[in-house]
Write a protein that binds this ligand. Structure first.
Ligand SMILES: Nc1ncnc2c1ncn2[C@@H]1O[C@H](COP(=O)(O)OP(=O)(O)OP(=O)(O)O)[C@@H](O)[C@H]1O
Ligand SMILES: O=P(O)(O)OC[C@H]1O[C@H](OP(=O)(O)OP(=O)(O)O)[C@H](O)[C@@H]1O
Length: 213
């Protein structure tokens, strides 16, 4: 029986492949994929599918993929933490509250918050007991406070360069983010041994300080 692994296309792709290759899993077809989206590993029973981050959740939830590799941001936003089995430690960044330096996070005025992650932002302000208006933005979130659309943003910060270049500063760190391995529950019951073997190998590699290049 083969294992299907859904990979997040884009930023996490290279490091995911590098990590699997460190375990001796051939990923040549994924590295040289062209426009192909279903790829096989030459030396294992693993099949990879390449999809957008949120779709990794969908394929794993429906059992079409047994395993998924996805950012913690996507799990938090979609309330799917319980699928998570392993922190893969790459793709590290943070969810942050940021704005222009004059922003007053504790002022009683009802704030407007722009974000790609409305649920993460809503949970954060709910826990703080603050009622805010949330505006969903699809990208370039940093311009929202500069143009007066929002008072502040909740967004991913990695190097901090985007904030710096747009004159924004961090007011709070909400949660650390990195790539996570998620597993479909039924697949785990049906294919316990191969799935746990893979997780154990990844875990052992990461424990001994190995990194995805
Ligand atoms: N600087 C960063 N900005 C955004 N995501 C990052 C960053 N560094 C690591 N990541 C991780 O990479 C994952 C994939 O991000 P990527 O930008 O490739 O896809 P996306 O968020 O779906 O964007 P797009 O809609 O542009 O395809 C994120 O879910 C996050 O976990
Ligand atoms: O701290 P940094 O290293 O600068 O990285 C953080 C930036 O990267 C992401 O945006 P992305 O490049 O995905 O573009 P987007 O604005 O279109 O989402 C994120 O939303 C930040 O804007």
């Amino acid at each position: 029986m083969s294992i299907t692994i859904a990979l997040t296309k884009g930023r996490l792709e290279k490091q995911t492949i590098a990590l699997f290759e460190q375990l001796g899993i051939d990923c040549t077809e994924v590295r040289e994929k062209g426009r192909k989206l279903i790829l096989t590993s030459a030396n294992t029973d693993i099949r990879f599918i390449l999809v957008k981050a949120v779709d990794v959740l969908t394929y794993v939830e429906h059992g079409v993929a047994d395993i998924g590799i996805v950012g913690k941001d996507v799990l938090l936003e979609n309330g799917k933490d319980d699928y998570e089995m392993l922190d893969l430690q790459f793709g590290a960044c943070d969810f942050c509250l940021a704005s222009v330096a004059s922003y007053e996070p504790t002022s009683p005025r009802r704030k407007v918050i722009a974000t790609k992650y409305p649920n993460v932002a809503a949970n954060y302000f709910r826990e703080k007991g603050q009622d805010v208006e949330i505006i969903k933005i699809e990208g370039s979130v940093e311009i929202a406070p500069l143009l007066g659309l929002a008072d502040a943003i909740v967004d991913i910060v990695e190097t901090g360069e985007t904030l710096r270049e747009n004159g924004l500063v961090i007011f709070d760190k909400l949660a650390p983010i990195s790539a996570r391995l998620i597993v479909n529950r039924t697949a785990l019951k049906k294919q316990t041994t191969p799935i746990f073997n893979l997780i154990d190998q990844l875990d052992a590699y990461l424990q001994q300080g190995g990194e995805a290049e």
